[in-house]
Design a protein around this ligand. Structure first.
Ligand SMILES: [Zn+2]
Length: 346
């Protein structure tokens, strides 16, 4: 496990539609091992390939999304406060008083989501969630300086360094940088497959799996696996029946979410491999949320898909947390699938 690589992935910005800096990091990792020159399509999806050993090799598409939830600047007030538009599912409760980065053509600027001092708020105000539309970012510059540097449409991301905390890694953008990490590691580590394996780093997942839709249409794979986080709600205040998955209990093999129903034969095959290689796993039914598998499954005439999920607490906040052993379980199961893919038929 390379903490440094995961940390680099988590700290490199990439809001939906502006994944270019992050794509460069992924390119560096995939270039040395791809059997084809890396290719980027017009949406920005990045493709690498390892050739299969069979004369009638099928195409397997792996997908992990490069984009992170973030914002763009939508308005600058005459006092120099910045208002933003969200890209992805933010809960405004987790934004208050957090640090952000504003990416401008003249450099990266630090900022904070401002908040009215508690001394000046009424009891009613303290109990109310301020909607994002009313929240503002302060970058510590005069109105003239802000207007000289910041433009409408500039990307804004949350700021939080990845750290190790007990058995966890915690920070921002583990959704889906840990999925990208899993895809990179498995793609580097699997010995050989009878099928052609395409590692696709997708764009714009957080705003409706848009990159995976065009990537799949263009590639025409035979089947696919998405790598993404899922909700581990094994925390106080949530009934056990609603935990979805638990931290440290292994890779999640997705049965369904709100965008895709996994191919039952593929789910069974993944469970068989997990048991064969003693890889901890848990079956996952996620009532709300989806992954690139949703777009892959419904492309052209459709294809079998499944998602391998890394359990994650506190998703879509700067406190996203994953368990170290779940990352390795996910990598191991993905490697087993790639090395045994010829045994999967449908
Ligand atoms: Zn995700």
């Amino acid at each position: 496990m390379s903490f440094e690589l995961l940390r680099t992935l988590c700290s490199t910005p990439g809001i939906p539609g502006r994944e270019e800096a992050f794509r460069e990091v992924v390119k560096q990792e995939l270039s040395p091992i791809s059997d084809e020159s890396l290719r980027t399509d017009s949406m920005g999806n990045l493709f690498a390939m390892r050739k299969g050993g069979s004369s009638n090799a099928r195409k397997i598409m792996l997908a992990a999304h490069m984009d992170e939830i973030g914002f763009v600047v939508r308005f600058i007030s005459k006092e120099g406060f910045i208002y933003v538009h969200p890209l992805g599912g933010f809960d405004p409760r987790v934004l208050v008083a957090q640090r952000v980065k504003v990416y401008t053509s003249s450099g990266v600027l630090d900022g904070v989501f401002g908040i009215k001092p508690t001394h000046f708020t009424t009891a009613e105000e303290r109990n109310k969630v301020v909607p994002l539309s009313e929240m503002f970012i302060d970058i510590g510059l005069s109105a003239e300086e802000v207007k000289g540097k910041v433009k409408i449409g500039n990307p804004v991301t949350m700021e939080r360094d990845l750290i190790q905390m007990g058995h966890f890694y915690t920070g921002k953008t583990l959704d889906d940088r840990v999925g990208v990490y899993v895809m990179l590691e498995a793609f580097k580590r699997f010995k050989s497959s009878s099928d052609d394996i395409y590692a696709v780093a997708t764009v714009q997942e957080e705003i409706g799996v848009r990159g995976a839709r065009t990537a799949t249409f263009g590639l025409v794979p035979d089947f696919g696996i998405a790598l993404d986080i899922t909700i581990a709600a094994d925390i106080p205040g949530v009934d056990e029946r609603d935990h979805c998955v638990k931290m440290g209990a292994g890779v999640g093999i997705k049965v369904l979410d709100s965008l895709s129903v996994s191919h039952s034969g593929m789910v069974d095959f993944l469970c068989y491999l997990a048991e064969k290689y003693s890889i901890p796993y848990q079956l996952e039914v996620l009532p709300s949320g989806g992954t690139d598998a949703g777009a892959m499954q419904a492309s052209r005439a459709g294809m079998p898909v499944c998602t391998l999920s890394i359990p994650c607490r506190y998703t879509h906040s700067v406190a996203e947390s994953v368990h170290k052993t779940d990352i390795e379980s996910t990598i191991r199961l993905l490697i087993a699938f790639l090395e045994h893919s010829s045994e999967f038929t449908y």
